[in-house]
Ligand binder design. Structure first.
Ligand SMILES: Nc1ncnc2c1ncn2[C@@H]1O[C@H](COP(=O)(O)OP(=O)(O)O)[C@@H](O)[C@H]1O
Ligand SMILES: [Mg+2]
Length: 251
């Protein structure tokens, strides 16, 4: 499934305002194939809005999104998916009345695979992600952690250049988080893509990300390696708030 070509996704001076709320206020970030970039910050920091911008669900005003140097700021979500941006949602948003397999076949068909190839790819990804249950199970009856994993699988079924994962570990227990970390760590190599990971679970973020970008109130607060971000006084103050006196308890 992997390929070696380096691709680049950039957000340049991105602003998104909802009425008076500055959800994003001049944010820059960039990543390449192979990168796992963490996007963290308190609730309301603008993380989901940034993923919406990077995946065509929200247009920046003003601001630019570039994919391999090309301005894609005005592409619809559907076109961004075709251009190679796969994403999972904070709430899993699977097709509830379709089966697990069907949910993964649809993106394969969307990128032009035959039904047979899309089905075979769907089975391979289920296998790769460690889903050993019934692929013909309807998605509205899935346990929560399976639903989260299938949501990631569905993003990967687009064979994306970049996979954007919005809080994939939410609601998972420790063992499920560890399994998820193994999966995310192997995504770039296996799928030849870059990953943007939004996550509140600091164990997951610190364990899998190469770099971490911190947002606060729609602005970039810091970016660096997990070690750099962990020690950054601005991050400790703003992101961890009153817990900053005991950072080891949180990060
Ligand atoms: N569609 C929307 N309409 C109005 N306000 C929004 C909308 N989406 C997000 N916001 C606001 O923008 C800010 C950033 O939200 P969001 O990107 O969801 O933050 P995060 O994912 O970091 O928790 C919040 O204040 C939120 O209430
Ligand atoms: Mg969010």
């Amino acid at each position: 499934m992997s390929e070696s070509r380096k691709e680049k996704l950039e957000a340049i001076d991105v602003h998104v305002h909802f009425g008076g709320v500055k959800a994003l206020n001049g944010v820059n970030l960039s990543l390449q194939s192979g990168d796992i970039l963490g996007l963290i910050g308190p609730n309301g920091a603008g993380k989901t809005t940034m993923v919406n911008v990077l995946s065509g669900f929200q247009m920046p005003h003003p601001g630019t999104v570039k994919l391999n140097g090309e301005n894609v700021s005005n592409l619809s979500a559907r076109k961004m998916a075709r251009a190679g941006i796969g994403r999972s949602f904070q709430s899993a948003r699977l097709f509830p009345k379709l089966t697990v397999l069907e949910n993964l076949v649809i993106p394969g068909l969307g990128i032009g695979l035959s039904r047979r190839a899309a089905t075979s790819q769907a089975r391979d990804i289920l296998d790769w992600i460690g889903y050993r249950e019934d692929p013909d199970r309807q998605c509205d009856s899935l346990p929560y952690s399976d639903e989260r994993r299938i949501s990631i699988a569905r993003a990967l079924a687009l064979r994306p250049s970049f996979a954007l994962l919005d809080e994939p570990a939410s609601g998972m227990n420790e063992q499920e988080c560890d399994r998820l970390m193994q999966i995310i760590t192997r995504i770039p190599q296996e799928f030849g893509c870059g990953v943007v990971l939004i996550e509140h679970n600091m164990h997951v973020i610190m364990g899998v990300c190469h770099r971490i970008h911190v947002l606060d109130g729609g602005k970039s607060l810091a970016e660096g390696t997990p070690d750099e971000v962990k020690k950054d006084p601005k991050v400790l103050r703003a992101y961890l708030g009153e817990q900053a006196s005991r950072p080891e308890a949180v990060i």
